[in-house]
Design a binder for this molecule. Sequence first.
Ligand SMILES: CC(C)[C@H](C(=O)O)[C@@H](O)C(=O)O
Ligand code: SF4
Length: 474
Amino acid sequence: MMKPKTLYDKLIDTHIIRQLDDQGNVLLYIDGSILNEYTSPQAFSGLRDAKRRVWRPESILLNVDHVNPTRPERTAEMTDPGGELQVRYFESNSRDFGLELFDVMDERQGIEHVVAHEQGMVLPGMVIAAGDSHTTTYGAFGALGFGIGTSEIEHMLATQTLAYKKLKTLRVTVNGELPFAATAKDIVMLLIAQIGADGATGYAIEFCGSAIDALSVEGRMTICNMAVEAGARGAFMAPDDKVFAYIQSAPRVPQGDMWQQALAYWRTLHSDPDAVFDKEVVLDCASLAPRVTWGTSPDQGGDITGFVPYPADEKDPAKRRDIQNALAYMGLEPGTPLNQIPISHAFIGSCTNGRIEDLRAAAQVLRNRKIAAGVRGIIVPGSTQVRARAEQEGLAKIFIDAGFEWRQSGCSMCLAMNEDVLMAGDRCASSTNRNFAGRQGAGARTHLMSPAMVAAAAVAGHLVDVRQFLQQES
Ligand SMILES: CC(C)[C@H](C(=O)O)[C@@H](O)C(=O)O
Ligand code: SF4
């Protein structure tokens, strides 16, 4: 009898070129990569110095997203000299190494983790490595995606391989039916709060259960994307018919007979019934409420119906200090109801929640409403294609009528590497994935939540339970 395999085993075993030792280190084949202007420059410099070429240029896509401007009337011109340098070097790398580039003005440009699946670069069963931690997003398609550092990018470009240490496996089973107004974002925020920001360090997570099966592919992407905030360097789900339908029309996806052959293989990509995981976590989402963070780490959050915690209630001295420090940075008093925290900014975008479904969810809240006086609302679609689609569907008009800025695509205020930066003391309801101190600007404060929750907060002028807004309509 063959030993039952997990999906992770299957993904790894089909890509091992050679075992490097008996400690789980292997030489792994990488199917492809999408690289950004921010983390790739040194890798290309390394290749140039060593006079090396890229091994399989057609498997690599270059895409500008981290530093580009998002102003509505943007041009190819960069406003920031550092960004200008990065983008120009990126362009010369594209030319000199023969790699396709989606530049700032390309209609296929966007955040890499949105562009990759729009382009059909991620197929079930693939292994994708890239210079960005949120490469885990591709797990929603039954692929293994993980972030790598600059020297690894260089190695991958030169050889199409990486030295890789196999992870332990964690199965997260999410049971129950998602209640009204609770989202995939709330599932993953609950998981992170429960297991901690390092709860999945050293693990690859396989998500399963009725709540995951019921999610849209975009919701699954949100979960795999943010799983890295629990430390997971790999997060995936077995691909199903929803996934196959979602990718079928994308440009690089196999067609005709090849599609049929691929489908037959993709249907084998699931953990065998008796496969054993190193660790198991079970969540029940039947009573899940919309969540927000109050701290400076994605695991510091709770239900919107809750309160800013009292540090004294935390028994672990290190965690108590973390809470104290977080509340000092966030300017929050213990015991404050979370739904009374006023905001100055509302940001909807990012690779976690900048897709078309996210914009539809925000528009549902914003239709016929205005954002509160004193709040600046910013919407940055996850890709230029998402932007065009939102305009076709009339969502952009809803956002603009509500008083939101409707901007061009990029990472933008998710990490404030372009001119979309908050000032010290600003407080932002944000659909992003990281609330670290200074993430959206030095001294700025970030509260993570779903895009509909951000929209509701923008209208109310403070963090608020989106269910009040949606129930009014039903
Ligand atoms: C710039 C890049 C290295 C970084 C990442 O790896 O995730 C960024 O995208 C982020 O979200 O913090
Ligand atoms: S949108 Fe944010 S999280 Fe995603 S790649 Fe860009 S900076 Fe990183």
